[in-house]
Structures are given as structure tokens and as C-alpha cells.
Ligand binder design. Structure first.
Ligand code: BES
Ligand code: ZN
Length: 814
């Protein structure tokens, strides 16, 4: 493989020289050429190479050190007013070939011998440990790597400082001096230890470098021995960062360290099994963080951050199976498209389910055996099933039979329990009840479902649903409540007969503590999603919220707030809005003091309180913002509350408040701060400021390229900003398509139009599509189609639900 490299040709006009080693005779080269389309350098020989012989292939080439975030690239930052350059790499999935010619496939593992020649005053890092420098030319040589895939190769040349131990944290000198690497250092070694014992496998390298980069495309990258991070994923400033930031840094470090085994030591054979890498790292990252931060309850949070996200994506008819056939994943574009919610979140959630029904110790034992057998090699998912099969106990079917149903077909079931008869049924859950899955399934969209359940608070024996319909007598009752999928240990939703729903609701309002916290959050989430799919009435879903004024736990509130926000957003342009506000005030006012307390734990409830117009909330945020303006260096606002407070401060204020934040953005050097400012700038209610902001978006001297997507997305989320963002897109779309390579047209259009729900808005979209089509942008016109579909769905939703919502509001307010 070779991409964007310029070769110095040999005297014969070839791209490479071939010689034989240890007595091997090298065939002559007939012809060499570059295949741009497939990114190959082809070397045609006069005879075939001999198996078992060693050959030496020599190439001289140059590449551009561009600021393009791919392969070997350039990143810049300012320190003490001086511009500094970092030369760094990002190879995964298919850009090692842009740094050097190589066999760029995960299964073609090799040992890499690295030497870097670099300017004086810089340090060079790579996967292996440095082993001596030649000071005359400043050349750093590295220990040979372990046997590994090309996508894990990394090298960085910088003027960075580090905190030095076997685990090293590297960053801009000023960041290290300010102590921003200290938190990472305090947990990295401990998480590494945790994984060594969890996997029962030693970390095979003498060092682990973590390096923070200003310009970085992903959040972090697990290069073996030299993990690269976006600054916000590694650096933590106790003064300016929030608890959410701390959580993100912890999860990211744990995720990448998890890859040292799952991904680096044992690698998927081909990208179609990327979920093995990423789903795994996602799942075990929560175990790693839990080990170093046991008070955070991070394992429960996983259900909200991964399982729910996966449910949302995977209930769409266009979803895809976790593991795709190899033929469907060939080109770099197809490979890149797999870094998505299914691979990460569903992958993580399905592995959590597997670990739950095997029990964590059994699961870990199987993993350890798997890692031992396949170390330094490549695998397909059946290898993992095979190893787990050897340690499993007491399952109604083989691991393959159970798990293949979860990874080879898309989607997940909704299990319906009828307590009147003890009947239990499964159906493929689709959020749009009328849609049909876009592909067929080898298992006919049926699953082997592990059903953990309880009856009136007592945990019952697990039941396995192995057919579409079954009867399980213990489920039959007319007086007790039945709750299934306790703690969301399985990847599915649950529906009940109306009587059982009623009994669950009564239990919630009399004594909700009998139902586990995660299940309380899940009842709310299932109910709203079932209602959305037309399987229960919206009024039933809304009634799951009635007990909330008594709820003191974080997770159920988080679940509820998500759905409440949908309602607020849907109705914000209609007459229902006022009533909704009053009702919200009623549910929230009792608890809002408490919610302020939650906010410290990271719950985004203060914004709901402000949205609902809780007076205290509005007054406080206004006052705090003014205080901050008066004294920008001494900030009285708690970190975790900053984004909400600033946003509301700007919303309540005028151009002075806005100008203040804009100037801070222009001066900002810190990524986290810049992202926060980009958000709060969108919160103003003044159209002239919003328009100015939108126009800045097209000017890279005003808004940095990497923030462009955020600007439009945030502005469109603002009630006043949404129509402006739409007008802006209609006026500037050709410009956006031409200039903003960084901003995807899809994202921009999606965020701007996702709340469209009227006939007029639909017409506008159709006209827009025509215009784009006429100008010859067929692909982009297809993107508009997505928005049209969403608008139609929203219109249907409104029509269907408005009446019921009004009815519920009337009852709650009575
Ligand atoms: N292997 C990925 C990085 C990556 C992502 C490479 C996309 C190429 C394309 C890394 O392990 C990863 O998953 N990073 C996440 C952060 C993580 C905490 C979920 C990311 O970059 O978002
Ligand atoms: Zn990953």
C-alpha cells in the first residue's frame, strides 16, 4: 500500500530496489507503478519470490507534512507567543500507507525498527522505548516493536515536556508545568494494573506514553506504547475542567489501555470485526474506571451512555449487524464508516449482556484463555466464542448459537410479557412501527433472550426465551407486579399487559425504592420508546413521570429529562408550550433544590430548571455571568455548572455579554475552553448576534475549522437561532459545500431541520432539494431527502400525540 507519497526513482526508473538476504537471489524488477484508486504500489517481478527466503525491499520517498490529521501530519500551537510545530501520526484505519509504504492490513503483523532524525531541541517518541541518541544529527533510535499491525504504528516529534515514570504523560511544556497531566498520571498506572489482573496477562512493553495533541481527529488512538490523545481527552485542569471532563479523561484512558490487549495483542483479522476491538474496549473501559473511581457508579452509567445510544440507533430499519461479511467492508470509506454507534455502543452493550449471563469471573477467565492462545495473532469472533465455550456453565445453547443471533442480525427484540396468561413473546423492535428492516436476517429477527426478572421485589430464576412465543407459568399473576430485564442486563426492551403496567406505576408512586435504580430509569425509557413505536399510549409513558417529585436518584432523572426535553423541543413553537412550562415547573419545583445538588454530580438538570423558568435558576445564572465579566480571572462559578450558567447568562444578556465571550474565544488556547465558548455564544436571543456568528463560521480566521459543525448545530438548537440557521444554509449552501470540507453537509442540515414538523417547513425542504438538484449536486439532494423523511415523521408524531399530551397536562395541572 502507498498513498500520497512521492518516490525517488532508481536509475532504471523503478519505485523500489529488491535484494536478497542470506544467500537468496532476488528476482529482477520488470516494472513498478502506483495504483491511485486502490492505493497500491505495484512491483512486478520477473519471477516469483520464494517462500521462507528473506528479501530486502528499499524505497526512497517523500510525503507532505500537511495539517490534515491523517498519516504523518503537522499540528501547531503557540507557547509564549511562539509558534511550535508537532509532527505526529494517526494511522488507523488505513493511513499508515500515507506515512510509509507498507502491507497496510491488520492481519499482516510485523516488527518495526524505527529511527527518527529530527531537529535539535525536539524529542522523538515512537512505539518502542528510545535506545540512544546520536547527538550530532539528533537521531533517535527505538527498540524494535512487538509483532504488531501497521495501524498501531506511531511516531511524534515535538518540543514537549513530560512527567516521567514507566507511564509518561506528554504535553505542551506550559500544560505540564501547570499540572494538567497530573490527573492522567494518577490513574493511568492504576488502570493498567487493573487490566493486567482482569485479563490475567502482563502488559508486554517497558513503557506506556500518553501524549496530548492539539490537532487530533479522533478522541484518542491506542498506538501500542505511544497512545495519542486530543488535549481534552488527556489533560485535566482542576480549576477550569468539569466533572464531566474528568469522567471523559478517565473513560478515554481506560478505553485506550483496554486496547493494549484487545486490539493490539490480539487483533481482528479484518475490519469487518472492528466491533471486537471497539465494543470490547468500550465495555471494559467502564470496569477500569470503576476500579479507580469506585464512588462514581460508572458501570450503571454505561446503560445510559452506551445501551440507550445503541437502542436509538439500532431501532432504525437502516441499522446494520455488528459483524458484517468481509465483502461489505473493502474500501477505506467502508472501513471508516464502521467507527459508529453500533460498533462502539451496541458492541459494548452486547458484551455486557454476555458477561452478565456468564457472570463476570467466568467471562474474564474465558478472555484470559483467548488472549493467551491468540497473542500476537489475529482472530475472528468465532475464536472468542470458542474460548468462552470452554469455560461456560449451564447455558441452554452454545455461546455461538446465542451470540450469533445478537451480532449477525441488526436490531434487538422487545419482549412482551402478559401476566394474565404467563405468555411471553418477542418482536424485532423498530421505532417506526410501520417500517420493515432494510435487510433480511439469517435468524428471521428472533433472538435467544436471557430474561432476568423479579416479582414484587423478589429476584426470580433467569428464564431463556428461545422461540418467538413461549409460556412461563411463574410469570402468571393478577396481583403482583412483574419486572423483567432487571438492571438492563440484556440488550432488549420490555412491554407488559396494561394491568401489570398499572401495578408497576402504583409501586413507583407508593415506594419506588423496591425497584432497582437502573430499572426505574429503564421503565421510563422503555415506556417512552414503546409509545413512540405505537405499542403503548403516550399517556401511559407520561404517567411514568408522575412519581419523579419523590425521586432522589440521578439515573431515573437523567432518563426522564431526556424525554421531557424531547417534548419541550417538539412543542416549543406551539400553543402547548405554555402549559408544558407550568407543568414542568410543578414537577421540578419541588425538587429543583435537590437538582442543583445533582448538578454537582454532573446531571444536566439545571438547564431543565432554567428552561422551565424556575425563577431562582434564571436569577442566579444572570448574576453569576455578570460577576464573571467583572472579574474574568477569578471565576466564582462551579466548573460543572459553567456551560449552563454561561449559556443562560448570555441568553439573558445583550451584546456586551456576547462580545465578552467572543473575545475570550478568539484568545483561547485551551481546547476545552474553546469548545465551551463556541457553545455559549450560540445561546444569545439576539438575531443580529446569531447572524454575525453564523457568518463567522465561513471564515477560518474567525471560527476554527474544527468548530464549524458545532456552531451551526448549537445555533440551530436555539429557538431563535433555528430559523436563522436555516435561512443561512439556504443562502450559503454552495459556499458551505465548497469551502467547508470539515463540516459535513449532512450534519449541518440534520441539526438545522430536525425539529421541522409543519406542512410549510416540508414545502421549504422540497424546494430546497429541487434547487440543489438543479445545480447538479445529486448526492447532497439525497441528504435533503433524509430531512424530508424526518419532517414527515415529526408531522405524524404531532398529529398523533398532541391530543394525548394536552390531556395529560390537563390532568397533571388539575
Ligand atoms: N481506535 C480508536 C481511534 C480511532 C477512531 C481511529 C476512529 C480511527 C478512526 C480509539 O480507540 C477510540 O475508540 N477512540 C474514541 C474514544 C473512546 C474513549 C471511545 C474516539 O476517538 O472517539
Ligand atoms: Zn477504541
Amino acid at each position: 500500500h502507498s498513498n500520497k507519497l512521492n518516490y525517488t526513482l532508481t536509475p532504471e526508473g523503478h519505485h523500489a530496489k529488491l535484494t536478497g538476504l542470506e544467500g537468496a537471489k532476488a528476482p529482477a524488477i520488470n516494472k513498478t507503478w502506483l495504483e491511485v484508486e486502490t492505493q497500491y504500489l505495484v512491483i512486478q517481478l520477473s519471477e516469483t519470490l520464494q517462500v521462507g527466503k528473506i528479501y530486502w525491499l528499499y524505497m526512497e520517498f517523500q510525503g507532505e507534512l500537511a495539517n490534515d490529521l491523517r498519516g504523518f501530519y503537522r499540528s501547531e500551537y503557540f507557547e509564549d507567543g511562539v509558534k511550535k510545530v508537532v509532527a505526529t501520526t494517526q494511522m488507523e484505519p488505513t493511513d499508515a500507507r500515507k506515512a510509509f509504504p507498507c502491507f497496510d492490513e491488520p492481519a499482516m503483523k510485523a516488527v518495526f525498527h524505527m529511527t527518527l532524525i529530527h531537529p535539535s531541541g525536539t524529542v522523538a517518541l515512537s512505539n518502542g522505548m528510545e535506545m540512544g541518541k546520536n547527538q550530532n544529527v539528533l537521531q533517535t533510535k527505538f527498540k524494535p516493536t512487538l509483532k504488531m499491525s501497521t495501524y498501531l504504528v506511531a511516531f511524534v516529534v515535538s518540543e514537549y515536556s513530560s512527567i516521567r515514570t514507566a507511564v509518561r504523560i506528554w504535553a505542551r511544556r506550559t500544560a505540564i508545568e501547570a499540572g494538567h497531566g497530573d490527573y492522567a498520571l494518577s490513574i493511568t498506572g492504576r488502570i493498567l494494573d487493573f487490566f493486567q489482573s482482569y485479563y490475567n496477562s502482563k502488559y508486554p512493553l517497558p513503557k506506556s506514553d500518553q501524549i496530548a495533541l492539539r490537532d487530533f481527529d479522533a478522541g484518542a488512538m491506542e498506538n501500542w506504547g505511544l497512545i495519542t490523545y486530543r488535549e481534552t481527552s488527556l489533560l485535566y485542569d482542576p480549576i477550569t475542567s468539569s466533572n464531566k471532563d474528568k469522567e471523559w479523561v478517565s473513560t478515554t484512558i481506560a478505553h485506550e489501555l483496554a486496547h493494549m490487549w484487545f486490539g493490539n495483542l490480539v487483533t481482528m483479522k479484518w475490519w469487518n470485526d472492528l466491533w471486537l476491538n471497539e465494543g470490547f474496549a468500550t465495555y471494559v473501559s467502564y470496569l477500569g474506571v470503576d476500579d479507580v473511581q469506585p464512588t462514581w457508579n460508572i458501570k450503571d452509567l454505561m446503560v445510559m451512555t452506551e445501551t440507550h445510544k445503541a437502542f436509538a440507533f439500532d431501532s432504525n430499519k437502516f441499522s446494520h449487524p455488528l459483524s458484517l461479511p468481509e465483502e461489505e467492508v473493502k474500501t477505506p470509506a467502508q472501513i471508516n464508516a464502521l467507527f459508529n454507534t453500533i460498533t462502539y455502543s451496541k458492541g459494548g452493550a452486547v458484551l455486557r449482556m454476555l458477561s452478565e449471563f456468564l457472570s463476570e469471573p467466568v467471562f474474564a477467565r474465558g478472555l484470559s484463555a483467548y488472549l493467551k492462545q491468540f497473542a500476537y495473532g489475529n482472530t475472528v469472533y468465532t475464536d472468542l466464542w470458542g474460548k468462552l465455550q470452554e469455560v461456560q456453565v449451564n447455558l441452554p445453547a452454545t455461546i455461538s448459537e446465542i451470540m450469533n443471533r445478537w451480532i449477525l442480525q441488526m436490531g434487538f427484540p422487545v419482549v412482551t410479557i402478559d401476566t394474565r396468561t404467563g405468555n411471553i413473546t418477542q418482536n424485532h423492535f423498530l421505532s417506526d412501527a410501520d417500517s420493515k428492516p432494510s435487510r433480511s436476517s439469517p435468524y428471521n429477527y428472533e433472538w435467544f433472550v436471557p430474561i432476568s426478572w423479579m416479582k414484587n421485589g423478589t429476584v426470580m430464576d433467569r428464564y431463556w426465551l428461545l422461540e418467538k412465543n413461549a409460556t412461563h407459568d411463574p410469570l402468571k399473576t393478577n396481583s403482583e407486579w412483574v419486572l423483567a430485564n432487571v438492571n438492563v442486563s440484556g440488550f432488549y426492551r420490555v412491554n407488559y399487559d396494561p394491568q401489570n403496567w398499572q401495578r408497576l406505576l402504583s409501586q413507583l408512586s407508593t415506594d419506588h425504592s423496591v425497584i432497582p435504580v437502573l430499572s426505574r430509569a429503564q421503565i421510563v425509557d422503555d415506556a417512552f420508546n414503546l409509545a413512540k413505536a405505537n405499542m403503548i399510549n403516550m399517556s401511559l409513558a407520561l404517567r411514568t413521570l408522575s412519581y419523579l417529585s419523590e425521586e432522589r436518584e440521578y439515573l431515573p432523572w437523567q432518563s426522564a429529562i431526556k424525554h421531557l426535553n424531547t417534548f419541550i423541543n417538539r412543542f416549543r413553537h406551539t400553543e402547548v408550550n405554555t402549559k408544558m412550562q407550568v407543568c414542568l415547573l410543578q414537577i421540578i419545583d419541588n425538587t429543583h433544590r435537590l437538582l442543583f445538588k445533582f448538578q454537582n454530580l454532573g446531571l444536566n438538570a439545571i438547564s431543565l430548571a432554567c428552561t422551565a423558568g424556575v425563577e431562582d435558576c434564571l436569577d442566579l445564572t444572570k448574576m453569576w455571568y455578570r460577576q464573571w465579566m467583572k472579574n474574568p480571572d477569578k471565576n466564582p462559578i462551579k466548573h460543572s455548572m459553567r456551560s449552563t450558567v454561561y449559556c443562560n447568562g448570555i441568553a439573558a444578556g445583550g451584546s456586551e455579554e456576547w462580545e465578552f465571550a467572543w473575545n475570550l474565544y478568539k484568545k483561547s488556547v485551551d481546547d476545552a475552553e474553546a469548545e465551551l465558548l463556541i457553545y455559549i455564544l450560540s445561546c444569545t436571543r439576539k438575531p443580529e448576534l446569531l447572524n454575525r456568528y453564523l457568518n463567522y463560521m465561513l471564515d477560518p480566521n474567525m471560527v476554527q475549522k474544527k468548530h464549524v459543525n458545532y456552531v451551526i448545530r448549537h445555533v440551530a438548537n436555539n429557538v431563535v437561532g433555528q430559523p436563522l440557521a436555516w435561512d443561512f444554509i439556504r443562502a450559503n449552501w454552495s459556499n458551505i459545500l465548497k469551502e467547508q470540507k470539515h463540516a459535513s453537509f449532512f450534519t449541518i442540515l440534520y441539526f438545522t431541520t430536525k425539529s421541522f414538523s409543519t406542512e410549510v417547513e416540508l414545502k421549504k425542504l422540497e424546494l430546497f432539494k429541487e434547487e440543489i438538484n438543479k445545480a447538479g449536486f445529486g448526492t447532497e439532494a439525497l441528504v435533503v431527502d433524509e430531512s424530508i423523511t424526518i419532517t414527515k415523521e415529526n408531522m405524524e408524531w404531532m398529529q398523533k400525540n398532541k391530543g394525548e399530551v394536552m390531556q395529560w397536562l390537563k390532568e397533571e395541572l388539575a
